[in-house]
Design a protein around this ligand. Sequence first.
Ligand code: NAP
Length: 263
Amino acid sequence: MDLGLEGRRALVCAASKGLGLATARSLLAEGAVAVIAARGKKALDEAASTLEAETGKRPFTVPADLTISSEREALFAQAERLMGGVDILVANAGGPPSGPFESHGPEAWKLAIDLALGSVTHLCALALPGMKARAFGRIVQLVSIAGVEAVDGLILSNASRPAALGFAKALAREVAPHGVLVNSICPGVFLTDRIRDLAVEQAKHKGVTPEAWLAGFAGDIPLGRPGRPEAVGDLAAFLASPRNSYVTGAAVVIDGGKTRRLF
Ligand code: NAP
């Protein structure tokens, strides 16, 4: 199936590793041009080299801290300069710290909201004028199953992610007449550094080993294993493509069957 991504211009945020990197890989492999962003310049450059070796196409790299408004503006302006415009926005950022309610002070709450909501709303505001002018745009945000059900130890995520889902749903309805489709992806358990770090933090709180915590957390996945990041990358590439002509306002859960909710 041709996704129609050849030459489309994608800004992929938080993409030096993990799910963002996998999304950049899928987009480049389908012919898109990409800018990848994250805070660490060295990791970004290494990611660009890996992607070039794997896909034959090197993405542009722009270091940026997505929690800082001025850096989001500079990132978007640089992406437009480098690619001539942004047709596809993949809004992604690091996850907030884990731990029980009492372990988080006001700064942690502010960071969680900045990561989950502040960065995505601001990046959408920057991207929409160009997308509307061209009557084409695809926005995909990476959220979490913590947006749709309670996950023990992730209270910051559980409180902030539903706001991001509500935002995307409302925005999808507003911008549909302009040819802009907006969707959310809710990953379950994928073996990235985020999950490995989470296992270490949660194991400390529970008094078990990280391996034991992870085995329990991933133990009730009907498909019997954590996901591979490329599964998220491929889903994101489809949602971000012209081939996706009718999915908008959706929160697509990709979790090997882990969540039990019906809607
Ligand atoms: P990861 O492997 O730890 O990668 C995180 C990426 O985000 C890195 O490129 C990191 O680079 C970048 N980043 C972190 N904070 C940033 C900031 N303030 N500004 C710009 N870039 C930033 O994590 P992941 O597993 O891909 O997770 C991506 C998102 O999906 C997170 O929100 C996570 O909570 C969510 N998620 C993951 C899973 C899973 O199973 N992995 C499940 C559900 C939801 P720098 O540190 O250099 O900035």
